[in-house]
Design a protein around this ligand. Structure first.
Ligand SMILES: *Cc1c(COP(=O)(O)O)cnc(C)c1O
Length: 366
């Protein structure tokens, strides 16, 4: 049996990619807003149904840039049940993360606990559409309006998701997508910020290019976070196949549900049926009392069989060495409990249904 990893990158055929990159040899334009970059921004605006898309060399620097560009200062309410990037970007933008607990249903930020954390210093909310599950965007919008806060979504997992009949990028002031190799849509490494307010465009384009506003003017201490032409070309190829990729993921996802539903002690993320999902991840939460084995035992059992599930997201961000002196994960008990019992099973477009059955049989000791 070959190794089964938690994910496998989606790629176009090599011929398709070669065809796409030929133009780059003609133009000799490798980066700094080249033709592929311009075309990908346009096509993403269309696919994501948003007014503006700005591309970056990765999702993390996209998030950092939008936080920097919104002139924020003070405290930002966010979730500890996420990848390191979300919190690091907030800190690197000079802001103070305040962790809000998650809800036990879909593991997104608990909207009923946000208001208690708001202080005169609060400037923004950075919720995460974790595993592609949309946050309660309407409630977050209402809170933001009431307290005059900005909302920046970490939508790294949510490419292609729609809620209330609108694409996920249409909520809040801005949303960040990651196009990392392991995400539903990839540009090898890459990311984007999508948003409505066109005033953000120049500011972000300047920040991601060292703060240059013209060849002889540098207005702020910027960074280098531009997407190159080879990455943009990969995106153009992958975008052509995205619907088919998501459909293939759906088959895998549904096979897991079929095999693991009604198993005492195995719980799924509960996403409202009105949501158009992207099937980015398949997390299960294991209750040892009812299932017999705990999360770590299931992880080892799978690893013994060459199957590598991941404990996404464990440890919680507020338990990281770099944050644990300033925070207490007992303040976010639901997140702590989920982090200790969650396991993300292998899921990618080309995972066969036989492999899914095999993985489930091992979990169930069959
Ligand atoms: C992947 C990811 C990011 C960062 O994206 P990169 O493109 O890898 O920099 C941010 N937030 C979350 C939740 C992620 O999973």
């Amino acid at each position: 049996m070959n190794k089964i990893m938690v994910t496998q990158s989606s790629m176009p055929s090599v011929d398709e990619y070669i065809e796409e990159i030929k133009d780059i040899w003609d133009s000799k334009w490798l980066t700094n807003n080249g033709f592929k970059h311009q075309q990908l921004e346009k096509e993403l605006c269309k696919f994501l149904d948003v007014n503006n898309t700005t591309l970056f060399c990765n999702g993390h620097l996209a998030l950092l840039t939008v936080l920097k560009s919104l002139n924020l200062s003070g405290e930002v309410i966010t979730t500890p049940f996420t990848f390191a990037s979300t919190t690091h970007a907030i800190v690197q933008a000079g802001l103070k993360p305040i962790f809000c607990d998650i809800n036990p249903k879909d593991y997104t930020i608990d909207v009923n606990k946000i208001e208690n954390l708001i202080t005169p210093k609060t400037c923004a909310i950075v919720p995460v559409h974790v595993y592609g599950a949309p946050c309660d965007v309407d409630k977050i919008d209402a809170i933001a309006k009431k307290y005059n806060l900005k909302v920046i979504y970490d939508a790294a997992h949510a490419f292609g998701v729609e809620v209330n009949g609108k694409t996920i990028g249409n909520y809040g002031n801005a949303s960040m997508f990651s196009f990392h190799a392991t995400k539903v849509f990839n540009t090898i490494e890459g990311g984007a910020v999508v948003y409505n307010d066109s005033n953000l465009t120049d500011r972000m384009n300047s920040f991601k290019n060292f703060g240059l506003t013209s060849p002889e003017t540098v207005e702020e201490v910027g960074i280098n976070a531009k997407m190159n032409e080879f990455a943009a070309a990969m995106g153009l190829c992958n975008l052509k196949h995205i619907e088919e990729e998501i459909a293939k993921r759906k088959r895998v996802f549904e096979r897991y549900i079929q095999n693991l539903k009604d198993i005492p002690g195995i719980k799924f993320q509960n996403i409202d049926s009105s949501v158009k999902q992207n099937y980015a991840y398949f997390p299960i939460v294991i209750d040892k009392e009812k299932f017999g084995k705990n999360r770590d035992e299931v992880t080892s059992l799978l690893a013994d069989n060459n199957i590598f599930a991941r404990k996404y997201f464990y440890p919680l961000v507020n338990d990281f060495d770099c944050y644990k002196n300033d925070y207490n994960s007992n303040d976010t008990p639901v997140a702590k409990n989920i982090a200790e019992n969650v396991l993300t099973l292998p899921l990618y477009a080309d995972l066969s249904l036989e492999d899914v059955d095999h993985i489930c049989n091992i979990i169930l000791g069959r």
